[in-house]
Design a protein around this ligand. Structure first.
Ligand SMILES: [Zn+2]
Length: 201
């Protein structure tokens, strides 16, 4: 875990260059994406996980962190279908259990993480139909999921809406973030997001 702002951490994985987020408050914590690393659950016990979207690399390890709340956008579906894209990368079957969201929202919800305010936003479809942005206003950090990638081009699959992507990034920039954490790669600044290429455009 690397601390990128007061009480805000990232966990980077060599596997797919995946980056998870960990936000701590007084006696409470929240994990941004469960990822694929079951061993991480030995180190941290978040009371909540927020899923940025339902792509397999962001959601498969949720089971390891239970019991905890699992937050996502109301259109986030965690079912067997997401394993089809995993099969492109991994030949062995997924042995774990898929965990559905327990708490959902539509546009915005504010959470209290041990006295610390954390806002979840959905700014419309872009990388997926149901991207969640996690904003920690007291340190100006945003977790952008796969709306932003560092070290590789952002990816647009069949579930993406490239035409709305720039508008969603503009909404993120309107939050005046100092640090933007991508779903893959290392944290970036607003300038990076302003200049990044939108896939499929
Ligand atoms: Zn994705």
């Amino acid at each position: 875990m690397i601390e990128i702002a007061d009480g805000v951490f990232i966990k980077r994985h060599t596997e797919l260059d995946l980056t998870l987020g960990y936000i701590t408050g007084s006696g409470d914590s929240l994990l941004v994406d469960s990822g694929m690393d079951y061993a991480l659950a030995q180190e941290i016990r978040p009371s909540r996980i927020v899923l940025t979207h339902n792509h397999f690399d962001h959601v498969l390890a949720t089971e390891a962190f239970l019991p905890c709340e699992v937050w996502a956008h109301e259109d986030c579906v965690v079912d067997e279908e997401l394993l089809e894209s995993r099969a492109v990368y991994y030949s062995e079957p997924f042995e774990g259990k898929l965990i559905e969201p327990t708490h959902t929202f539509r546009d915005t919800v504010t959470l209290d993480v041990g006295g610390r305010r954390v806002d979840l936003h959905h700014f419309g479809p872009a990388h997926s139909s149901h991207d969640v942005i996690v904003h920690v206003p007291d340190v100006d950090v945003v977790f952008a999921g796969d709306l932003v990638e560092e070290g590789a081009e952002a990816k647009a699959g069949t579930d993406a809406t490239p035409s709305n992507w720039r508008a969603v990034l503009d909404r993120i920039l309107d939050l005046n973030p100092r640090i933007i954490v991508p779903g893959h790669g290392k944290p970036v600044d607003a300038q990076f997001v302003r200049e990044m290429a939108i896939p499929g455009i």
